[in-house]
Design a protein around this ligand. Structure first.
Ligand SMILES: *[C@@H]1O[C@H](CO)[C@@H](O)[C@H](O)[C@H]1NC(C)=O
Ligand SMILES: *[C@@H]1O[C@H](CO)[C@@H](O)[C@H](O)[C@H]1NC(C)=O
Ligand SMILES: *[C@@H]1O[C@H](CO)[C@@H](O)[C@H](O)[C@H]1NC(C)=O
Ligand SMILES: *[C@@H]1O[C@H](CO)[C@@H](O)[C@H](O)[C@H]1NC(C)=O
Length: 254
């Protein structure tokens, strides 16, 4: 974009040089015919400049519109006010192939899945922050670490993918499913690019191979995060279906 801009603005210096040339004519431009040509040149260059300028502006607007979605504020966390996060320690983890999480969900929307429910704490991750947690962000009485919002989205997409019934079920949390599903695809795509896990996975491809497993990788202490937010939960709600959090798992936030 910067390169394109620099090219678009080139006519400015050309036009200026030519205008300067008009004030102090060069010897070969002194004849009346050449003078007419000079005026024509000026008009030509001014016209070119205006055209190039407008093109540049339109191009800039086009590019910024094209990159508005899924782009992030540039700068470092030091000079831009970013939302706070809970500090976690790094641990070594490993992905496993065919874990129980690959099982299909029950057909009925209101049946809990104990395996998946181990991922989220009581309260779904919504907790009451301390002033230290939120001093650098918009104040909110209840917050949720992104990891739990992401897991919630993944769970919703998975249920919606397998479900055979069109009507709202408990896993929809009382929300319009099509709107919620669309949000979750969008949210997860942004979450993945924002976090940009740069672990280098060996590109080994075997039959039924699993790229990404079989080696230790850098992880963050998820279990610790879970225990911290559960101990300060804003309300009781168990599992992804949020039993105990009101009708149809609807969560009321103040
Ligand atoms: C933040 O710092 C970076 C690198 O020093 C700089 O390029 C950027 O313009 C700064 N952003 C703001 C908002 O000051
Ligand atoms: C799920 O819904 C069905 C039909 O509405 C009901 O019979 C069943 O008891 C519900 N299951 C749970 C775990 O609430
Ligand atoms: C859900 O939202 C979609 C898109 O806005 C709309 O077409 C549909 O009617 C809504 N469904 C319900 C049940 O409100
Ligand atoms: C959750 O339920 C327990 C047991 O009923 C209760 O003691 C506790 O105060 C509840 N916590 C919240 C945040 O509502």
């Amino acid at each position: 974009m910067l390169t394109a801009k620099a090219q678009e603005y080139k006519p400015l210096s050309n036009a200026k040089e030519d205008l300067d040339g008009e004030e102090e004519p060069q010897p070969h431009l002194r004849k009346p015919l050449n003078r007419q040509l000079t005026v024509a040149h000026i008009i030509f260059f001014v016209f070119s400049f205006i055209t190039a300028f407008i093109t540049g502006v339109l191009f800039t607007i086009y590019i910024s519109n094209a990159t508005t979605t899924h782009s992030y504020e540039s700068g470092t966390p030091e000079n831009i006010s970013i939302a706070p996060h809970l500090p976690l320690r790094q641990i070594a983890g490993e992905f496993t192939y065919q874990s129980p999480f690959s099982k299909e969900p029950p057909l009925e929307g209101n049946v809990s899945e104990p395996t998946w429910d181990t991922l989220i704490p009581n309260g779904l991750g919504y907790f009451i922050p301390s002033t230290a947690d939120t001093s650098r962000s918009k104040s909110s009485s209840v917050v949720i670490p992104s990891a739990f919002h992401q897991l919630h989205c993944l769970y919703l997409l998975r249920r919606a993918y397998y479900t055979t019934t069109p009507e709202l079920q408990r896993f929809d949390f009382g929300r319009n499913r099509s709107v919620h599903v669309a949000h979750c695809f969008d949210y997860l795509a942004q979450a993945i690019t924002c976090s940009a896990d740069s672990t280098l996975e060996p590109a080994v491809d075997k039959e039924h191979g699993f790229l990404g497993g079989g080696f230790a990788r850098r992880c963050w202490d998820f279990e610790y995060l879970k225990s911290v937010v559960e101990s300060r939960r804003a309300f009781n709600a168990s599992g992804f279906l949020a039993w105990g959090a009101g009708t149809e798992g609807k969560v009321e936030l103040g």
